[in-house]
Design a binder for this molecule. Structure first.
Ligand code: ADP
Ligand code: MG
Length: 253
């Protein structure tokens, strides 16, 4: 079979903070329509890798390419407008805005305008379209009924799902999720897994950092393991599970 198309290409990326090498010459690719797991003990460099891909940090060495074009010197807003969306390890909803408004921020980010500037500039029709898309994405994650609640009233699990709805308003080609299952109850994890499978079926690529091994092993197509900033292993979930170096890194870490 022909190799799947490469969407994201992390090519020898290194990131140092003073004397600390957070990410050390890592190379991997994310293919179109796959869920790639990014695993590793605490401090392995997973969040730093997300920051490099989203332009929040710039690599000290190496290149990052989206659809073959370099993105590693572009500002975060431009990278997101090219189709890269993320959620954060710690929930970043505005607690005293409604769930719907929190999600609508995502649609505004796509236009490159800030939320308030976007609302001031948007005409009524555009504004309606933005809120409709936000509502559609909330329905999709199963929280349509909660859209007029204040975000601060939501459970942690629901808040994480709302963050994903917000990211979906960017219509991303690549979705980066930093520990989306953390703090979710079992039925919420199952809902999340079905959502991600649906997105993959539509051709979206997902880069997933997650500590819940059952969740990761059941969902990912391939896995890259980092340890102390370097790539320790790469392969199918079953290969990773049976890899002695990976087992050692987790037991030793
Ligand atoms: P992970 O997400 O895998 O737990 P991180 O990418 O957050 O790991 O961190 C990797 C290493 O880089 C850690 O040692 C961390 O302390 C360090 N680090 C991350 N961000 C910064 C920063 N902004 N300044 C200094 N050190 C950092
Ligand atoms: Mg992290």
């Amino acid at each position: 079979a022909p190799a799947a198309e490469v969407l994201l290409d992390v090519d020898g990326a290194t990131k140092t903070f003073g004397g600390l090498v957070a990410v050390n010459n890592i190379t991997f690719e994310v293919r179109s329509g796959e869920i790639l797991g990014l695993l590793g003990p605490n401090g392995a460099g997973k969040s730093t890798t997300f920051n490099l891909v989203t332009g929040v940090a710039q690599p000290t060495r190496g290149e990052i390419r989206l659809e073959g074009k370099r993105i590693d010197r572009l500002p975060p807003r431009l990278i997101s407008s090219l189709g890269v969306a993320r959620t954060f390890q710690h929930v970043k909803l505005v607690p005293d805005m409604t769930v719907l408004e929190n999600v609508a921020i995502g649609a505004h980010l796509r236009t490159g305008a800030g939320f308030v500037a976007g609302l001031l500039r948007a005409n009524r029709t555009e504004e309606q379209a933005i809120f409709q898309e936000a509502a559609r994405n909330l329905d999709r994650i199963g929280l349509g009924d909660e859209m007029h609640q204040l975000a601060g009233n939501l459970s942690l699990g629901s808040s994480r799902l709302v963050e994903i709805a917000r990211a979906l308003c960017l219509s991303p080609k690549l979705l980066l999720l930093d520990e989306p299952a953390a703090g979710l109850r079992r039925f919420e994890k199952e809902k999340l897994a079905r959502l991600l499978q649906g997105l993959r079926a539509e051709g979206m690529s997902i880069l997933l950092v997650e500590h819940d091994m059952e969740f990761v092993m059941g969902l990912t197509d391939r896995i890259v393991v980092l340890d102390f900033g370097t790539k320790l292993a790469e392969g199918a979930p079953v290969e990773i599970q049976n890899n002695p170096a990976v087992q050692e890194a987790y037991l030793g870490g």
